[in-house]
Design a protein around this ligand. Structure first.
Ligand code: GUN
Length: 294
C-alpha cells in the first residue's frame, strides 16, 4: 500500500486565493490594506527565510507587509518599546515576533506585550486561554493548518483517536485543544512518554512535532492511519548539501500510512496561509466588520 499525499501546496494555495478575495473586500471597507508586521531579532538563517516567505505571501494576498529587523544584541526594553509602538499603530492589524529570540530577551514577556487583538500568532495567554475554554480567538497557524489538512483526509474528526507527539505552546498544546473542539479523542505524548511507539500505533491520526529528523518509523504506524508531520529539520544530504526532512521517516512510513504530509510541501505551507487568515480576521475584528468568509 502507498499512502495518499496531503499536498500542502495545493491546500494552502486554495486558502490563500480565498484570503486574497476577502482582502479586496476588507481593503475597500477599511480604505487601506490589512497590515502585517514581522519583527525579526538577530540573523538566524532559518528565521530570516521564514520572515521573507511570510512577507512575500502577505503581499501576494493583497495585504501590506512591514518588517523590522533588529540586531542580535537588541535589549528586551528596546523590543518592548517597538511592540508598544506597533500596538498603537492603526495601520498594523497583525504583529508577528519571529521565535526563537536571543537569550537576553524574555520570550514570555514579549508575547504578553503584543496586543491580543493583533496577536496573529495566537501565542498571547489571552488567546491561548480563549482557545482552551472554547471562545473565539486567534489560533496559532501551524496547528490550525494541521486541522485543515486532517479534515481534508477525514471530513469529520469526531470520535477518531488522535495522538499528538510534542507539547510545545506553539504546536502540541494548541493542536490538542483544537482536536478536542473537533470531538477527537486526544492523547498528548512527549519525551517522557512510556512506550511511545505503542501509543503512536493506536492513532487514527498521528501528528508529530518534536524536531527530531525522521524519528517516527513505519512500525509506529497503524496501517491506513493519517500521518501529519510538523517537523522541518535541516540535515546533510547525500550530495553534501543540506536538505529538509520531517520528524517522520517519509519513505518507509508512506508504505504503511493511508495519508501522509510531505516535507517540504506539507504543513509548512499551511502555517503561512493560516497566518494570512489570522491577519484578515484581526483586521476585520479590529474594525468591527463581519468576520471574513474563509
Ligand atoms: N518560530 C517557529 N514557528 C513560529 C511561528 O509559528 N511563529 C513565530 N512567530 N515564530 C515561530
Amino acid at each position: 500500500m502507498s499512502a495518499k499525499i496531503l499536498d500542502g501546496k495545493t491546500i494552502a494555495d486554495e486558502l490563500r486565493a480565498k484570503v486574497a478575495a476577502e482582502a479586496v473586500k476588507i481593503s475597500a471597507k477599511l480604505g487601506r490594506k490589512p497590515g502585517l508586521v514581522a519583527v525579526l531579532v538577530g540573523d538566524d538563517p532559518a528565521s530570516q527565510a521564514y520572515v521573507k516567505s511570510k512577507g512575500k505571501a502577505t503581499e501576494e494576498a493583497g495585504m501590506a507587509s512591514f518588517e523590522h529587523r533588529l540586531p542580535e544584541n537588541t535589549s528586551e526594553k528596546d523590543l518592548l518599546a517597538l511592540i508598544a509602538k506597533l500596538n498603537a499603530d492603526d495601520a498594523v492589524d497583525g504583529i508577528l515576533v519571529q521565535l526563537p529570540l536571543p537569550k537576553q530577551i524574555n520570550t514570555a514577556r514579549v508575547i504578553e506585550a503584543v496586543d491580543p487583538a493583533k496577536d496573529v500568532d495566537g501565542f498571547h495567554p489571552m488567546n491561548a486561554g480563549k482557545l482552551a475554554t472554547g471562545l473565539p480567538s486567534l489560533v496559532p497557524g501551524t496547528p490550525l493548518g494541521c486541522i485543515i489538512m486532517a479534515k481534508k483526509a477525514h471530513g469529520s474528526l469526531a470520535g477518531l483517536d488522535a495522538v499528538v507527539v510534542g507539547r510545545s505552546n506553539i504546536v502540541g498544546k494548541p493542536l490538542a485543544q483544537l482536536l478536542i473542539a473537533e470531538s477527537a479523542t486526544v492523547t498528548v505524548a512527549h519525551s517522557k512518554t512510556k512506550d511511545l511507539k505503542e501509543v503512536c500505533r493506536r492513532a487514527d491520526i498521528l501528528f508529530v512535532a518534536i524536531g527530531k529528523p525522521e524519528f517516527v518509523k513505519a512500525d509506529w504506524i497503524k496501517p491506513g492511519a493519517t500521518v501529519i508531520d510538523v517537523g522541518i529539520n535541516r540535515v546533510p544530504g547525500a550530495d553534501g548539501k543540506n536538505k529538509l526532512v520531517g520528524d517522520v521517516a517519509y519513505q518507509e512510513v508512506s508504505k504503511v500510512a493511508g495519508w501522509i504530509t510531505p516535507v517540504p510541501g506539507g504543513v509548512g505551507r499551511m502555517t503561512v496561509a493560516c497566518l494570512l487568515v489570522n491577519t484578515l480576521r484581526a483586521a476585520a475584528a479590529r474594525a468591527e466588520l463581519q468576520a471574513p468568509n474563509l
